[in-house]
Design a protein around this ligand. Structure first.
Ligand code: PAF
Length: 269
């Protein structure tokens, strides 16, 4: 595995590949877990060359959010990436991605209005800008994202469509712990009590999914379960359609950790 810390170094590695080689990109913010590993495995199976990036992108964190506290473990991430067969690991600095004088931002409009976009103003501008930069630097044939961040995945798909990037966006199912909690780099920040309470999030969403299957209101069902867990501070439970897929989504806080999750619903709202 080759590690590139600058855009030029990554470009040189990319240019050394035989023409026609299909490159798969797995963009991450590091603290790699089994969810990321599933993306890396899919990229390994479907592409000639796998590029992973580790960049805790300050532009997608708002003031007072957890940019400083976001888990970072470069040594462990390098080992994981190597074990998973990553060919090139891109670990740029903030100055490399946003040099002095940087002033171009990507705004995806309608899709970013509600849910995470409403809860975290400017978040998707930061995500879209970082993703477009990574796409331009790596020039992948495919890029891999997790279903857990359903709105993010939809925003990236929209960006790729609107700007004719010609990249296939692969969205892979959420990987969960035994009690259903969606894997997230932030889960390590949960106290034991918060970790136990966090399992109410997938429990509520699954109950909502089941209610929907029986013709009942998925939002009301999920909300009832989520509101009854005293350690969780519920932010939203909503349904939304992204790219023809109908989702039940929720966000909640467990102490200082913000958790998001979603499940797919069959049929129409
Ligand atoms: O999902 C993430 O880890 C980040 O939002 C991403 C896609 C790497 C962009 O910074």
């Amino acid at each position: 595995m080759r590690i590139a810390r600058t855009i030029n170094a990554l470009r040189e590695l990319r240019e050394g590949l035989p023409s026609g080689f299909e490159v798969g990109l797995v963009p991450t913010m590091g603290a790699l877990h089994a969810g990321h590993i599933a993306l890396l495995e899919a990229a390994r199976n479907e592409c000639d060359t796998v590029v992973a990036s580790i960049f805790v992108n300050p532009a997608q964190f708002g003031p007072g959010e957890d940019y400083d506290a976001y888990p970072r473990d470069e040594t462990d991430d390098i080992r994981t990436a190597e074990e998973e067969g990553v060919d090139f690991l891109f670990i740029p600095t903030v100055e490399e991605m946003y040099p002095k004088g940087f002033q171009t931002w990507v705004e995806v409009e309608g899709l970013t209005q509600g849910l995470e976009g409403a809860a975290r103003p400017g978040h998707f501008r930061g995500v879209a800008t970082a993703c477009l930069k990574l796409f331009n630097i790596v020039r992948p044939r495919r890029a891999y994202f997790g279903q857990k961040d359903a709105q993010q995945a939809a925003v990236v798909e929209q960006l790729v469509r609107d700007l004719d990037l010609g990249i296939e966006i692969r969205i892979l199912p959420t990987i969960r712990d035994e009690d259903g909690l969606a894997l997230s780099s932030r889960n390590v920040l949960l106290s034991p009590e918060e970790r136990a309470a966090a399992a109410a999030l997938p429990r509520g969403l699954l109950a909502g999914q089941e209610a929907h299957e029986h013709g009942k209101d998925p939002v009301a069902t999920a909300r009832e379960i989520l509101s009854s867990e005293p350690v969780l501070e519920l932010e939203y439970v909503e349904t939304a359609r992204f790219d023809g897929r109908f989702h039940l989504l929720a966000a909640a806080r467990a102490g200082r950790v913000r958790l998001i999750d979603n499940v797919l619903l069959e049929g129409d709202p």
